[in-house]
Design a protein around this ligand. Structure first.
Ligand code: ATR
Length: 262
């Protein structure tokens, strides 16, 4: 790919940087849709974040930047505004520069997740959802599911206090959705979502027991690598629909592409 003065530049700010794969995935995606856009990973230590953001403001061909661990929350104080979605989730993963040069923090996880389900014709409205995990990614999916009209959301997490706090926050904003925290029988749900990191390593235990979950149910795992986690393989073998994390990432990249093309 040829990078020229007309190429739109985007950064991904992270620490550590070695594990960052998002930039490679994004470059491949933007090349595949013919966008003249290049993404570069930048190693930024937490203490330098404010100064780096101030420098990016001066780089006129940088249309935005992604932020990942550990900057998703700390970046907020260095921006001009954040979207209501990012405020609810409490984290930013994409910062866009507006035509006026303002830096606006957004969080594309929730919309990307719901869009990935829609692409697989999985309805969320009026459905009963069991979510495992209440970390950063889990906050985004829980708010996304409520926004998309889920009838009931049950949040299960190793740390029960975090599950209860997330359930309360979602319930406060979406009174039409019945939100609770605690263990539940997976067989009674339409949609089961894993947002924990369990499944990234081959010897990880399953994040939950899905015995008896079969046709009619959907199991979604937002882990991108491996593409098919043990949970998804088990779900598919039992006849349930299985959706991995790659479509969620693709949907977020489509949102970025739409922003760039505006
Ligand atoms: P992310 O931003 O990717 O969501 P995170 O905020 O660290 O990362 O959240 C990780 C999630 O995976 C949490 O729900 C975490 O559970 P705890 O809140 O109890 O820590 C869950 N998780 C990670 N390792 C786990 C394990 N070995 N068993 C069960 N849950 C685990």
């Amino acid at each position: 790919m040829e990078i020229t003065g007309k190429t739109k530049i985007m950064f991904v700010l992270a620490d550590p940087i070695d594990h960052v794969r998002a930039s490679a995935v994004m470059n491949a995606y933007f090349a595949s849709i013919g966008d003249d856009l290049a993404v570069s990973p930048i190693h930024v230590l937490s203490g330098d974040l404010g100064r780096v953001v101030a420098c990016i403001r001066l780089m006129r061909n940088v249309f935005g930047f992604g932020v990942t661990i550990p900057h998703k929350t700390c970046v907020i104080e260095h921006l001009d505004e954040i979207t209501p979605t990012a405020r609810l989730i409490g984290a930013v993963n994409f910062v866009k520069r507006t035509a006026e040069g303002r830096l606006v923090g957004d969080n594309l996880d929730a919309r990307g997740f719901i869009a990935s389900l829609a692409q697989h014709d999985v309805a969320v409205r009026d459905r009963k959802v069991l979510q495992v995990g209440a970390g950063g990614a889990g906050r985004a999916t829980a708010f996304g599911l409520a926004e998309a009209g889920a009838r009931e959301i049950t949040i299960m997490n190793r740390n029960g206090e975090k599950a209860r706090a997330l359930a309360a926050a979602v319930a406060a904003h979406y009174p039409a959705t019945k939100v609770s925290a605690g263990r539940a029988d997976a067989r009674t749900f339409d949609l089961i979502v894993n947002t924990t990191s369990l499944g990234m390593k081959p010897d990880d235990p399953l994040p939950l027991d899905i015995e008896g979950v079969g046709p009619g149910a959907t199991v979604s795992d937002i882990i991108v690598n491996p593409a098919i986690t043990r949970l998804l393989a088990r779900a598919a073998a039992q006849g349930a629909r299985a959706i991995g994390g790659k479509p969620m990432l693709d949907a977020q990249m489509a949102l970025v592409a739409r922003f760039v093309a505006r």
